[in-house]
Design a protein around this ligand. Structure first.
Ligand code: SF4
Length: 387
């Protein structure tokens, strides 16, 4: 039986140039390799459906992420989406997102995305301050962002979003304020993601961390509050620790992950979850293409999501979301009583300290609670059965 609702993620790992902080699975764009990759992606989706005996599954949310999906040429985009569309059906009220970078986006590409059925578009802006863009190794300019956001080419999308980063080297509260307000003054923006810079040791940022003028913990905390204050003042709802949306513009695809609904992940490093199995594809593009050419699924790892893992993940993700944890859903999915599992005394303490609120069956983090979500999760998760 095909799970409902079902989502599909397609990973496009190519980028024009590697950013200095990037620890995503991305490689330099090579058009010939991209052509081979596209064929492999289409074939992987077919193999996936065959394995589960699914004939054209109905997809509620479709997400092309990366990397940089917008580096693909219009010809490549058509080939890829024709192949994907031949293997699935889109639900009536589907959401289809593409992640773009300002440097590889064009009005012509926007028309092609709309023609093929995309209805949601997000841009990796990160900052509008030239010095911050340059230290990150981003190749777009702030002017290019202004040009794109002011263009009528975006008017056909149901939702336009931007991604930003705080905690950058040299960033100040004022420069963060400038980036966010300059972006949110564009009324076309209905979704905002703001992530704290996370430095991986393997990246150039990681290797030079000691000499980077990074904000200290207090300043980072003030920046998180600044993000909240500005997004609220523009009418955005913080529905997850790093995600803000106008009413009706949440990213439904991300909510599928957070709700532990089923999803198919196609492409190198992509993850799928068909209860109770979560599996990850091979990270290496050549091995990935070869495995599929040989007629085999390119899966590298399988993990069974038992009720202990599920309980921990529901809590970890739930305290990061304004919707919080639904104790009825928690019981239905894990078989654990939420209050017994988390500990009534701990929940009472969090309520008393205004870090959690309770509304019937829902346990929700307060604004302050969202800023301390990881600490709250550590407090509520049961560790004795972790091996
Ligand atoms: S554009 Fe995004 S995925 Fe590509 S290198 Fe930069 S941060 Fe990484």
């Amino acid at each position: 039986m095909i799970p409902e609702p079902l989502s599909l993620y397609i990973h496009i790992p190519f980028c024009v140039k590697k950013c200095r902080y990037c620890d995503f699975l991305s490689i330099p764009f090579d058009s010939v390799l991209a052509d081979r990759y596209i064929e492999a992606v289409i074939e992987e989706l077919r193999l996936f459906c065959r394995r589960y005996h699914w004939k054209k599954p109905v997809i509620n949310t479709l997400f092309f992420g990366g990397g940089t999906p917008s580096v693909l040429s219009r010809r490549q985009w058509h080939r890829l989406t024709d192949g994907i569309r031949s293997a699935i059906m889109l639900a009536e009220n589907y959401e289809w997102t593409i992640e773009c970078n300002p440097d590889s986006f064009s009005d012509e590409k926007a028309s092609v995305y709309l023609e093929t059925g995309v209805n949601r578009i997000t841009f990796g802006v990160q900052s509008l301050v030239p010095g911050e863009l340059s230290i990150m190794g981003r190749i777009h300019s702030a002017d290019r962002v202004f040009e794109i956001l002011g263009s009528s080419a975006l008017s056909g999308f149901n939702s336009v979003g931007v991604d930003c980063i705080y905690g950058l080297p040299g960033q100040t509260l004022n420069s963060l304020h400038y980036t966010l307000t300059a972006l949110l003054n564009f009324q076309i923006i209905k979704h905002l993601s703001v992530y704290e810079l996370n430095i991986n040791e393997e990246t150039p940022f990681g290797r030079h961390q000691k000499i980077l003028p990074l904000p200290n913990e207090d300043l980072s905390y003030e920046m998180a509050q600044k993000v909240l204050q500005i997004s609220k003042s523009y009418g955005f709802e913080q529905y997850e620790i790093s995600n803000f949306a106008f009413p009706g513009h949440r990213c439904r695809h991300n909510e599928i992950y957070w709700n532990h609904n089923s999803y198919i992940g196609i492409g190198i490093g992509a993850h799928s979850y068909i209860h109770p199995l979560r599996f990850a594809d091979n990270n290496d593009i050549i091995t990935y293409i070869q495995t599929i050419t040989d007629g085999n699924p390119p899966v590298k790892e399988y993990e069974t999501i038992d009720r202990e893992i599920l309980a921990r993940e529901i809590i970890f993700l739930g305290v990061r979301r304004s919707d919080g944890i639904d104790e009825v859903e928690f019981f239905n999915k894990t078989g654990f009583d939420f209050q017994d599992y988390a500990g009534s005394h701990k929940l009472t303490l969090l309520l008393d300290n205004n870090l959690l609120t309770r509304n019937g069956r829902f346990w929700k983090p307060s604004d302050q609670g969202l800023l301390r979500a990881d600490a709250i999760a550590r407090d509520l998760i049961r560790y004795e059965n972790i091996t």
